[in-house]
Design a protein around this ligand. Sequence first.
Ligand code: TPP
Ligand code: MG
Length: 688
Amino acid sequence: MADEKMVQLAINTIRTLAMDAVQQARSGHPGTPMALAPVAYCLWQHFLRFDPQDPIWPNRDRFVLSAGHASMLLYALLHLTGVKAVSKDYEALGEPSVPLEAIKHFRQLDSRCPGHPEYRWTSGVETTTGPLGQGLANSVGMAIASQWMATHFNRPDFEDLIDFNVYALCGDGCIMEGISAEAASLAGHLKLANLCWIYDNNRITIEGHTELAFSDDVATRFIGHGWNVTRVGDANDLEMLDRAFRTFLNTPDRPTLIIVDSHIAYGAPHKQDTSAAHGEPLGEQEVLLTKRNYGWPEDAQFYVPDGVYDHFRHGLGQRGKELRDAWFARVGEYRDRYPELAEQLYRMQHRQLPPGWDKDVPSFAADAQGKATRDASGEVLNAIGKNIPWLLGGSADLGPSCKTRLTFEGAGDFFADSPGGRNLHFGIREHAMAAVLNGIALVKVRAYGSSFLIFSDYARAAIRLSALMELPVIYVFTHDSIAVGEDGPTHQPIEQVASLRAIPGLIVLRPADANEVAEAWKVIMQLHHEPAVLILTRQAVPTLDRSKYAHASQLAHGAYILAEAPAGRPDVLLLASGSEVRLCLEAYEQLTAEGIQARVVSMPSWELFDDQPQAYRDHVLPPAVMARVAVEQASTFGWERYVGTAGHIIGMRTFGASAPLKELQKKFGFEPDHVVAAAKAQLGAARR
Ligand SMILES: Cc1ncc(C[n+]2csc(CCOP(=O)(O)OP(=O)(O)O)c2C)c(N)n1
Ligand SMILES: [Mg+2]
């Protein structure tokens, strides 16, 4: 068969698999896979350095489908190229990642082809997409990680050990979302020449033509961001696509945007160029007519013509395998020449820590004056960072406030002309920062980012995806309560702590003092599959005397008995996190002096505590002790879980106020006397 005919057959197989899967599921998005099949074909078959037999080979090019609704495009590619499944322990399983059966069960329970592509569920899916724009920002993180790794690992005679490129495919929705502007701006500034975005300019979104809401000159916008912009006037023009990808590869100093004009639902006689083709099945009759148009057997479903698998095997498959095998051979030589770096590369890829990573973590002497937990965190982060070469991070312009700068010798800054630096500068772009962190973590470089807790809301959509993807991203959020004082309600986090706790799989930690901070970092660094949020104070808190109170290492249990009732049997429980633990201790001293049996429970992490065995939880919070007071300078939301409906919660029910800290604490009841009174009231109620 003439090669050109085979090419068309392969492209139409992608199209018809998408049409059939959506039709069978009676839900999904057929139009965009149909339109973009040639684009994806050209990229995968001719450019992508990807080995279907080993889809986690570290130096593979990354392909991100930012327009996640077009998931069938990716599933068809994964199927037709024969991508193999990989286990959670990074072992190739030999089975296909996406068998034809999975495509037939598109969007059904347990299918490897869920509605939108999900990382960790389907091998070959590089990141979870669906929330538009996220994938684009992920791709920036991947490109940053590629450049950082290249600078760190590449050595004489191994100049191209790490040199992977990152491609992301997006639509109008991704380009409209604000996060794409943040991410593009950062990528342009950093001159990420290994990054290529392909914009599907089909001028269609759900409500209809883009002229309803969008009239950007996208090319000019990206030129303004410092990108190279090129165009392909017809998504079916393989020659022009080929040229555009070559332009990307030959552009050494900027990221590249390829604007591709396409027709959604290409070839469907009644649905092409309509928004109806975006998110609904074409309908049986239209599927039939479209197949007729393609010269396809009209009644064949999920049909892969003879030769199509071979065609991909001889193209992408063979090229990818050769590249992958050559790379591993090079790594063997590299290991001989640079054993230490090779060891780092291995550990990093397996999310292991280097030996001695925690040897310099300080412990802090008791000190009534104490220090802000953000300051303690800065010290601990630096002590850890210098022993984990692949820990990098930065801030959305609040590094000096969040104390997240790596200050030890050689840490350096990640700039366009120094991509080996470990201090990233995200600029004031919280949303992109979080999504970029996800991208970095997907490459398995360990990453953290910081801002004020109040602005976690700006990053929330991406934080949620860290959790959904089970990525060990680290978020450091400081200025954690109304104690920010004079900045007032716009800067006083209230519901943020509760809302972060509401995200499944996210570990939220709000340490009480410097030693809890040190323990929190130890816990965080050992997480493999959970993101963590470290919530820290701006103001000083006392460093607790651990000879008097329990050791801070108990933080690993999420909650622990910090101060026990003198008789060993509490009548009232005082629960708190972070800066309010001190308040409870002061109340405890007063209550104890009055002969009242109180226990203070430091509760830095609900998630870690909830993970403990029932016996431990009952030990810390004995079910029989109903008199309970919780204290937290945040929304009261959720504390009922630990104090019961009859317990008392001293927390926030408004947005706070602008005033000096002391006045706010008085106004909102964060004073020892108030805690004492609440404890007594609880005891009175318990006796009744
Ligand atoms: C953040 C976000 N907002 C809204 C949606 C719902 N949504 C899914 S696809 C889509 C339209 C996307 O249009 P476009 O990117 O042009 O895709 P096309 O229909 O051209 O494939 C919308 C609004 C979403 N998935 N993510
Ligand atoms: Mg569109």
